[in-house]
Structure formats: C-alpha cells, structure tokens
Design a protein around this ligand. Structure first.
Ligand code: OXD
Ligand code: MN
Length: 586
C-alpha cells in the first residue's frame, strides 16, 4: 500500500482501517473523469444509480437513499473532546475513548464484500494557504463520486497532503443503515471524524459539515480564523465595482437562492457573482479587512422550491452532469420536485407510482449535487487563493413574526449578539419536527465543533483583530401577515435589501436608530416596480418594543445557559439592549 503514497501517516492509517473493516479491495481515488465514469457505471449496474433521460439530462443520475436516511441526524452526532466543557451544551458529548469504542465496534468487518475507497480532498483552492486537506475513507461509491463534485478531490489533493502538514482523517461506512447503529462522531483534538450507518450527504460527505464546519471551527478558534455556515456572494454595480457579502442562514432557508439571485429589472446593469452557497472560511487580511474562501467546489442543494422563477441560475445548471437524490420522476424520466414545474410526476422519490394522496412526490429534503462551475453566475474569484474581501455579514432565519425585514447592528460587538440571537423555524434538512422556532446562533447550532460560549468569545476577539471588519446585518425574508401570507416577495427582490445593506456600508442609505439596531427609513429601500401594500413596508420595518423585550429576555436566558463561558462583553451587550428597550417603553 505504501506505493500509493509517500505519506506514511496516511499509509499506516489506511492499513489500520483495512485491518479493522476488512474490505475486499482498496481503491485510491485519483479524481479523474474515467474514475467517475467507472464509479457511475458500477452504480448503474448495481442499482445505486438510476439513469435519467439522456437527452434532457446527459450524464446525470438518480440515487434513492434508504427511506430512514434522508437528512442529517443531529441526535446521533457527537463532538468527543477530552473535557466535556470544550464540546459544550450545544453539542452532544462522549469521551474520545467511548466515542472510538462505540463506533470501532461497528466498523469491525463493516466493509466485508465491499471496496474501500481512499478519497483525498482539498477544502478550498489547491493553491490557497487558507485551504485544508483531508482524506475520507468510505465504502460508498456514491460518496466517492459525490466528493469528486463537492471538493477538489484526487491526486492533486494527495500531492498537497504529501507536502506535509496535518490533514483531517474521516472514516465512513454506510454500515447496515440502521438508525440504531448510526453515529457521526467528531474528535476535533485528533482532527478525526468517524461516521457510520448513513449515506446521507451531511452525514457521509465528510468534507462538508463534519470537516469544513465542525472540525474547522475548532481548528479556526486555535489558529485565528473562522469557519462559518455562510454563502458568499458578490454584487457588481453598473460601475463595475464588486462588493462581497457573506450570509449565514439555517439549513434550507435560501442560502443557495441568495448566492445566485438574479436582480429585478430595476437593477439593470447589476451582476451577481456566486462564490459559495453554504460554507465560508474567513481570514483577517493584511489590508485590515476580513477575506473569505469557499472551501467547497460544488453545491449540495435542496431541490424542492428550486424553479425557473425562484432560482433560474440553479435550475439551468441542473441539465447535465448531476447527481439527484430522492427526487421524483416524470413520465419521460426527467427529475422532478415540487416547485420545478406544473407537471405531475409519475414516480415518487421511493420509486412508487405517484399518488398525490400520499403527499409530496419528491422527498422534502431531496437534493442535487453539481459542480459549482456549472452555475452561470459562478465567480472566477472562487478559485482565488486569497479569497474575496467581505463588506457585510448578514444573519437571518425563518421568523414568521416580530423580526423586521432588515436591520443593521451598531458595531461588531452588537453584531455578535445579533448573530448569537439567530432563531429559525426548523426545516426538512434535519430529522425531527418541521416549523418549530429554535435558537440557531450564527446558523451554527448543528455545526459548531466546540462550546458556543467560547465560539462567541472567538467572534468578539476576531472583531479586535480585524481593524476594518464587515458591518453586520440581520434579515428576515419570511415575515407573514395574519393570513399566513409572506409579506416580502423574496428571491430576486432580496437584491433591494442587499442594495440598502451595501449603501449602508458605503455610508449612504438612511437609517433610524432603535435599541435592536438601525432600520431603514421609509423610502430608503428601493421598492419601485414592486406591488406592495402601502402598510407592508412600514410593518416590515417596525420594532414592537414590548414583544422585543420578551424576545431579548429569552435571548438573555438562552445565552446565560452557557454559564461562565458566556463572554462578559456579550452579557453587557444584551443588558444594554434590554435597558434601552425598557427606557423606550417608559
Ligand atoms: C446543508 C445543511 O446540507 O445545512 O447544507 O443541512
Ligand atoms: Mn448548510
């Protein structure tokens, strides 16, 4: 095996895993097209992949996962640190020894009759000093093929690993797919991940949530950078200036849509550039600004709701070279999901004849996996080793009431409170009830690899380290009226809010100061060409002092549940907002 790599640490680890898992054979992935085609052919052969209409969707496949394995399973996800306080109340904890023992038992012999794939990958541009490498060992050809789309995978990544330095070790097996024997274990102190019993993206494509968020957030804290659940988008004005925005929303709240939005007709001459749709790694730059890279190379997007009206760029990138997971099929074997078209599919996501009485045709968390290069708005800057400079950070969540369309934090410290206060209705991206409002600080609740108290401390420290940090905002595209109708059109029209945000960064747009932050003055958001009720903008920009006192009180209780790890500066900030609200209420 050592002839596969000059890195003895890697060679020894692969040998050790092979001894434990007993695969029939070992394949070192080189990331070539030939290899991808061979994997696809093999999966077509064994039914893991189903062919799609070769005329409308060349080289694209449908994968149906086990019906019990369609979303991330947060209750089976653990962060194993020596000291439980390091993992924190935001994570499920097990000691590293127990964590290893629990899963090693399940890995024993798990790859018998299967191929062990060694998947070297690089998160971020191959030439970037901010990128980090990892190796995933998996027995799933679906995972190996998906990793080729989602990361810079193969020989080039291996060469980078062989130049030296640490790399993340991720061990994955689909096991027997039983939820009773499913665990996603993280060992941040060892830069290691062990995931068994699931083939679902967030649990199985270990470069994504496990490495680029949980392990990376832990690493970033010790190394002075940030790993965040953020899209990165560039807005180019007609003068050709591009400003980049990083935005954190909880899963399935429209990050992919915002990353590739098409500006409305009012914004003729503007262009939107997609750098990333899910994860940002942020570094202090020598120029005093914060710079971001997207560690990923593809999109693992939620299919339902993606259509030519809501996200034309995404819809158009899905016509070739894609893997679809758990979508429905039309009569002529095209992939279909709710929100794609008015057609009625014939086959549901489980392969049964579609009967509308049984509910949705596509699984609500069905996905597409596609190379970022297929997106018409993909920015060449996504490959820039230094990344892109960030002008604004935007937080948001699904909040049917209370939270205004947009507000600006007063300064970085207040912005950290705004981020820590993010809450959102749960979606189909995680197993469990949908539509329940839960606290999801910085949209990182499922992904922060260490104690949130320390994480907020790190955010505050980063503000000190970056002389010219981005301004921090909060948006809510999801406000509803009494009839449960969305009040803001969203999608491309979110450009109007981004415009206000960027104008605020330039010191132009008008705002009114309130205890919760600065809100747009009447008329400062461009609503030309929008068919909005006159009172709607006013309700979207109002602060209900009584309701906000309750909200901030709840936020304070939540923050205080982190005990003495809650940074005093954050406590001071929350007390300030409460006092100001009280003063205003009289
Ligand atoms: C995702 C998620 O898949 O957040 O990006 O669940
Ligand atoms: Mn995500």
């Amino acid at each position: 095996m050592t002839d596969q790599t000059s890195n003895t640490e890697l060679a020894d680890w692969v040998a050790e895993v092979a001894t434990l898992t007993q695969p029939d054979q070992i394949h070192w992935c080189d990331g070539s097209q030939q290899e991808y085609d061979d994997l696809a052919a093999q999966m077509l052969d064994d039914g893991t992949f189903l062919p799609l209409n070769p005329t409308t969707h060349p080289n694209s496949f449908l994968h149906r996962s086990d019906p019990t394995d369609v979303a991330r399973t947060e209750h089976l996800t653990f962060v194993c640190t020596t000291d439980p306080e390091v993992s924190g109340p935001n994570n499920q904890w097990m000691s590293p020894a127990d964590g290893h023992a629990k899963v090693d038992d399940l890995f024993a012999g798990a790859m018998k009759g299967r191929t062990l794939y060694v998947v070297p990958y690089c998160m971020g541009p191959l030439e970037s000093p901010f990128s980090r490498c990892g190796v995933e060992i998996t027995d799933s050809p679906y995972v190996a093929a998906s990793m080729r789309i989602m990361t810079r995978m193969g020989s080039a990544a291996l060469q980078r690993i062989e130049k030296g330095g640490p790399f993340v070790k991720g061990l994955h097996s689909t096991g027997d797919l039983s939820p009773d024997r499913r665990f996603i274990m993280h060992f941040p102190e060892e830069l290691m991940i062990k995931s068994i019993g699931s083939g679902y993206g967030g649990n199985a494509l270990l470069g994504k949530k496990c490495h680029a968020l949980r392990i990376a957030s832990y690493q970033a804290q010790t190394e002075g950078w940030m790993a965040e659940h953020m899209l990165i988008v560039g807005i180019e004005n007609p003068q050709g200036e591009i400003h980049y925005v990083a935005a954190a929303f909880p899963s399935a709240c429209g990050k992919t849509n915002m990353a590739m939005l098409i500006p409305p007709a009012e914004y003729e001459g503007y262009k939107v550039w997609t750098v990333g749709d899910d994860i940002a790694w942020l570094h202090p730059g020598e120029d005093g600004r914060l710079w971001a890279i997207n560690p990923e190379a593809g999109f693992f997007g939620v299919a339902p709701g993606t259509g030519i009206e809501t996200n034309p760029n995404a819809t158009n990138m899905l016509n070739k070279d894609c893997i679809f997971t758990n979508v429905a099929l039309t009569a002529d074997n095209r992939p279909w999901w709710e929100g794609l078209s008015d057609e009625t599919p014939v086959t549901d996501w489980q392969g049964q004849p579609f009967d509308p009485a049984n509910g949705k045709a596509a699984q609500p968390n069905s996905r597409f996996t596609v190379s970022a290069k297929q997106c018409a708005s993909y920015s060449a800057e996504a490959d820039a080793p230094g990344g892109v400079p960030i002008s604004a950070i935007v937080f948001g969540g699904r909040r049917p009431n209370l939270v205004p369309l947009v507000f600006e934090s007063k300064n970085w410290q207040h912005g950290v409170l705004v981020g820590a206060s993010v809450a959102s209705e749960t979606t189909a991206a995680q197993s469990g009830a949908v539509g329940v409002v839960r606290r999801d600080p910085m949209a990182m609740k499922p992904f922060c690899g260490y104690n949130f108290g320390d994480y907020w401390g790190h955010w505050l420290a980063m503000g000190e380290k970056v002389p010219n940090p981005p301004k921090i905002f909060h948006v809510n595209w999801f406000r509803q009226d009494e009839d449960g109708q969305f009040m803001w059109p969203g999608f491309g029209d979110n450009m109007r809010v981004l415009d206000w945000i960027l104008e605020r960064c330039r010191g132009n747009a008008a705002a009114v100061e309130t205890p919760i932050g600065n809100l747009p003055t009447e008329g400062s958001i461009n609503t030309n060409g929008l068919d909005l009720d006159p009172g709607t903008m006013a309700s979207l920009s109002e602060v209900d002092t009584t309701a906000w006192r309750k909200e901030i009180g709840e936020i304070e209780t939540y923050l205080q549940s982190y005990g003495d790890r809650l940074p005093s500066a954050l406590q001071a900030e929350v007390s300030r907002v409460l006092t100001e609200l009280q003063t205003q209420a009289g």
